[in-house]
Design a protein. Structure first.
Length: 305
């Protein structure tokens, strides 16, 4: 049984660009250090595209995603979440970690030890189990309306009309929502899925309550971040933003939250999304932060020692 400070879970599918995935992992290892984190790559490519990644990154473990026979490259939201919680349960059989970071391939780590910042916050607020872009986005805009829409979708999915299609899913969602609302949850609450942290105690509680076995959630149309927030809340934990004066996260659903220079000057340490409809944008963003990492390599020992 190994122990690391941070377990980083990254889903990767058929559309993942290997060069960009390597760059994302390099950003993790540079700023979070190899000795402090394990990267769990959830391989949903069905092609073994990432089997050799451990040769370049010794702290990466590859987990084959469950095959729910939904078709190669499926993007069903509940299906992805079910694959994630199955992978989490598998990881917990071999690893112990203080905090979980779930992030997408179009997320970059751009500052040192963001996990330590979030862990320190959680230690001061032990009932907080999930930290990310909760009530506000990385650009500072309010998320209330977007979460209200998600809440309406949840209410619809746990209603009788959908219950006739999948009674087990309806009952499971109703049970989870009832438990979560007892702990202050509001339907639609979520931390934006590009990158969010979950405490070890919250993950352990999900395991203890059997929530990591809820494969029926693969039939849900809810986003994976919404489902993670629901499980977290059903275990009695709260969601939170980082304090505004020490928020190292810059997480938007789409597009850069702020200009590159502003990300640096405001001490942001995780940014999403660097992907853009213009492919040149992602390449330029990656080049900008890769150059910053290389400059540090040339002036000081690498951070992944």
């Amino acid at each position: 049984m190994t122990h690391v400070q941070c377990m980083v879970l990254i889903p990767a599918g058929p559309a993942t660009v290997r060069e960009y995935l390597d760059d994302t992992i390099d950003s993790i290892n540079h700023h979070m250090t190899v000795s402090h984190c394990t990267v769990a790559l959830l391989d949903d490519s069905r092609e073994g595209r990432f089997d050799d990644i451990g040769a370049a990154f010794p702290n990466v473990v590859v987990i084959k995603a469950a095959d729910y026979h939904e078709g190669t490259g499926s993007v069903k939201r509940g299906s992805l979440f079910s694959k994630e919680i199955r992978a989490l349960k598998q990881l917990m059989e071999q690893h112990r970690f203080d905090i979980l970071l779930k992030m997408d391939t179009d997320t970059l780590i751009i500052g040192d030890s963001p996990q330590s910042d979030v862990l320190a916050f959680m230690e001061r607020h032990p009932r907080v189990g999930m930290v990310g872009a909760f009530t506000r986005r990385g650009d500072g805009s309010d998320k209330a309306l977007a979460m209200a829409v998600k809440g309406s979708r949840l209410t619809e999915e746990m209603g009788l009309r959908n219950g006739f299609k999948n009674l087990s899913l309806m009952r499971t969602l109703r049970r989870l929502v009832r438990r979560a609302e007892d702990h202050g949850y509001t339907r639609g609450d979520t931390c934006t899925g590009g990158a969010y942290f979950v405490s070890s105690s919250a993950v352990q509680s999900m395991l203890k309550n059997g929530f990591l076995d809820l494969t029926v959630l693969r039939y849900s149309k809810l986003s994976e971040d919404s489902l993670m927030a629901l499980l977290c809340s059903a275990c009695g934990y709260r969601l939170s933003d980082m304090p505004e004066d020490s928020n190292v996260l810059a997480i938007n659903w789409r597009g850069l939250p702020m200009p590159l220079e502003a990300l640096v000057s405001t001490n942001k340490k995780i940014v999403h999304s660097i992907k853009d409809s213009d492919a040149v944008v992602e390449a330029d963003v990656r080049a900008f932060f890769r150059k910053r990492r290389q400059k540090r390599y040339n002036t000081s020992p690498p951070a992944n020692s």
